[in-house]
Ligand binder design. Structure first.
Ligand code: NAD
Length: 474
């Protein structure tokens, strides 16, 4: 592996030590990433602080730089997607899609118009609302989609005029670091700084007094800590956290279509997606057919290294995640669940676990009640709509959800009863840069994407001109 460095103030910065990065398909260390010390963190934040004044003032320059950044990433898509597959595990086709998502998000926000809103324009007053950038912001990302999720933050943050310190997960730091290197000459020095290190680095970055906002994607447990650290000096936060998305299959659904859609969104990236389907409730009349259709799909996957041709599903990203999924499946089986496909971790090297379909599960089993974040899908029957709505909502989480039906209007009506940030009808995991995405309850705080995602990186500023002679109160 060539040396990959941090990017601070437009320059390459090697670590004050290194930490290992494991190839999950081999279960072996394949590279070393730079470890950011406290002093280097100070340099990164200071660079972001220094760059802020000029960056915020040059809207046209921001838009142009973002378009150049998109073109630069696109021209390196092969290198970046191969590296992403090496460190994350997903098939290279999916990694390519994720890298191209960065370009899509950059272009979407570069093109976005952000006019000043006129709230009143009369003989008495003219009142205008504008949005101001916050300053240096922190972007902290998890290991399941490190590139895509980074640009959900970077694109709106930079477009709004903020400067950024980006910290990827220690499991998947390399592609993000490499993008930092590639963009070092695209943005003015200090506008985009990329640092890497273990979890305590994220905690220090979140608590840093010069950071004015933390945009965090990761687990609910870490998100809570970020919120507490940010509370100290009232930093803004956006938290995109865990999920336990239900998919409800109504009795009028086409079984094959629903099974294809649900299996796809439950097992893409072997289930390591915050907004994957994580439990399904199927009307009893079609339950057996649904179970069989899901099992058939699970048996047809081709598990292997994401770099190999024809592989449809890669390994889990890390040993801890593999152990968690194994543990949840074993616990369910001990409590009476039955495996209809998959079940055991695949033999050999790497963190592989076969896509697994479970029946005879109950709502109180951890595989249903908690976020598994892996390729094990519990399939439950239901008899009554009110009951299935209550069971879907009986969760601390509320990220995504979906309803599968032959009657989309009926599905949309039911969608209004589901506690979640998004309820899809006859699809799941359908994400666009223009659509707001966020969770309710323990799934998060605030939203990303669309104009709403941009607004999260701004403070509102009202300018009120009194046009009456003298004081409005006189
Ligand atoms: P994690 O919380 O362990 O780590 C996420 C990031 O936070 C990493 O960069 C980590 O180093 C950093 N971090 C850890 N402790 C921190 C602290 N105290 N302060 C600041 N930063 C800290 O999460 P993970 O295991 O990498 O990711 C999996 C989780 O992420 C799952 O729960 C998944 O549902 C969630 N996720 C949510 C979304 C979403 O958009 N809602 C998207 C993807 C993943």
């Amino acid at each position: 592996m060539p040396d990959i460095n941090m990017t601070i103030g437009g320059g390459r910065v090697s670590g004050d030590g290194t930490f290992a990065v494991v190839d999950p398909a081999a279960g072996e260390v394949f590279a070393w990433a730079p470890d950011c010390s406290d002093a280097t963190l100070e340099r990164a934040v200071s660079a972001a602080r220094t760059a802020f004044a000029q960056w915020r003032a040059d809207e046209q320059g921001r838009r142009e730089a973002m378009r150049v950044a998109a073109a630069c990433i696109e021209s390196h898509v092969r290198e970046l997607s191969t590296l992403l597959t090496r460190e994350q595990g997903k098939p290279v086709r999916e990694a390519t899609g994720e890298v191209l998502q960065a370009c899509e998000w950059l272009c979407y926000y570069a093109d976005m118009e952000t006019p000043t809103e006129v709230l009143a324009d009369s003989a008495h007053a003219r009142i205008e609302l504008s949005r101001r950038p916050l300053g240096p912001v922190a972007a902290i990302t998890p290991w399941n989609a490190p590139v895509g999720l980074a640009f959900w933050k970077l694109a709106p943050a930079l477009r709004a005029g903020n400067t950024v310190v980006l910290k990827p997960s220690p499991y998947t730091p390399l592609t993000t670091l490499r993008i930092g290197e590639l963009l070092a000459d695209v943005f003015p020095p200090g506008v985009l700084n990329v640092i890497s290190g273990r979890d305590p680095l994220g905690a220090k970055l979140s608590a840093h007094p010069a950071i004015r906002k933390v945009s965090f994607t990761g687990s609910t447990a870490s998100g809570r800590k970020v919120a507490m650290a940010a509370a100290e000096d009232l930093k803004r936060v956006t938290l995109e956290l865990g999920g336990n998305d239900p998919a409800i299959v109504l009795e009028d659904a086409d079984v094959e279509t629903a099974a294809a859609g649900i299996f796809g969104s439950a097992m893409t990236n072997v289930g390591q997606i915050c907004v994957a389907v994580k439990r399904t409730y199927t009307a009893r009349r079609i339950y057996d057919d649904m179970l069989a259709a899901l099992a058939e799909r699970a048996k047809s996957v081709r598990l292997g290294s994401g770099l190999d041709d024809g592989v449809t599903h890669g390994p889990l990203n890390n040993q801890a995640q593999l152990d968690r999924v194994k543990g949840l499946v074993a616990n369910a089986v001990d409590a009476g669940a039955r495996v209809v496909a998959g079940g055991l971790p695949a033999e050999g090297r790497g963190y592989f676990h076969a896509p697994t379909i479970l029946t005879d599960v109950t709502d109180d089993m951890p595989i249903v009640a908690e976020e598994q974040f892996g390729p094990a899908l519990p399939v439950l029957p239901y008899d009554d709509l009110d009951d299935v709505v209550a069971r879907s909502n009986a969760s601390h989480f509320g990220l995504g959800s979906s309803i599968w039906t032959g009657d989309t209007e009926r599905g949309a009506e039911l969608a209004h009863r589901i506690e979640a940030g998004t309820t899809w009808v006859n699809c799941h995991l359908y994400l666009l840069p223009s659509l707001p995405f966020g969770g309710v309850k323990w799934s998060g705080l605030g939203v990303e994407n669309g104009v709403w995602g941009l607004h999260e990186f701004t403070d509102m500023h009202v300018v009120h001109q009194n046009l009456l002679p003298g004081n409005a109160w006189s």
